[in-house]
Design a binder for this molecule. Sequence first.
Ligand code: GLC
Length: 419
Amino acid sequence: MPDDAMTLDSAARGILQANDRGGYTVPTSGLYPYQWNWDSAFAAWGLSTFDIDRAWTELETLFSGQWATGMVPHIIFHKTDSSYFPGPSVWGTDRAPPSSGISQPPVAATLARRIYEADPVAGRARLESLYPAMLDWHRWWRTHRCASGVAAVTHPWESGRDNCPDWDPGMANVDGSDVGEYVRHDTDHVDAAMRPEKEDYDRFIAIVQFGRNCGWDQGEIIASGPFYMADPAITFILIRANRDLAWIARTLGKDPGEAQVYADDLEAALPELWNSGLGCYDARDLRTGTFAGVLGSGSFLAWLAGVTNAEMEARLISVWNRVSFGIPSSDPAADTFDPRRYWRGPSWPVINSLIAIGLIEAGRFAEAERLRRETASLIETAGFWEYFDPLDGAPCGGPNFTWTAAIWLAWASPTAMGD
Ligand code: GLC
């Protein structure tokens, strides 16, 4: 095994340990001082490579924040930290532990399955007790986010790809002019040129204020909330997560039927997201029917859901070929492309790891290995950053990032077991 890979493995473990706040891992200290939903699922995947017990604890702490409705919030504020905005009082969800009022991509079942497969003996009881909570969460998605057939988001932050051009049509109709004064903290930690613009931030806050003002009433949010868009990425992630949950059910001797139906129904609704002009699946504003009209990394997650077709795949590969370092979060040929501004172009190691799982399962081994190599080279050159410029590999966002360290250990490192 190359020495430098071993050194990076050890650095990655060190990051997961340093970001451990006792039962959960923060994405990076300073910029993101709480527990984030999908970050924690990736953290658990990374932790499972050297501490399986701690990996399960990470998921258990995440689900300790689940609402009675089944929703698992996108942020859980276990301990107050005034360095983050918008904190618990802005969300006003009135829960214990305090949390945000929206969710995030449901990758937990997919990664819990992997963690279980790494050590079924250690994992059996832990998986068994998490299973009903994961099923409840998937039911919540079905009940509150899949009315059109595919999965929708009610805030760009719910998509996990917070600032991508996919959301521009919906954001254009959000009025951010009346949000009042507030102080952002993200730009204290990261170059403002890599973060969302002020007018986008006003709109993000306006959507939060709508949710808080209606007491997070989901019926009200779906009927008249300021933002409501169908998301190909969450649709693909949820198809996959439901199939993994059905697998988990069978493994535990339970009926897989419900999760299986959810996956099949989502898949049957996919034509709703097919943008023939673009030759791929595309985000769509559910208020107006408008497509985003830009190919982003969400479209590449089709492979993760086992959704393939030759036209789309050729198109995806041609977009990937425009850059040198992983999958760009948005097409470099589009005029919205910005290689360093978060989600408007950069390559995200975590998204690359999900796409690679799909490529392997589609039998596209050469591309899966190319993606692993390109992602690994970013980390080998610059370290465990939040995201990277896909054209020149420059590191962006926050340093010592949990999910980048996690996917290094679980997938990108030459020492990873591979998939
Ligand atoms: C940013 C990302 C989101 C992530 C969070 C913590 O908000 O857009 O996906 O969960 O940071 O890393």
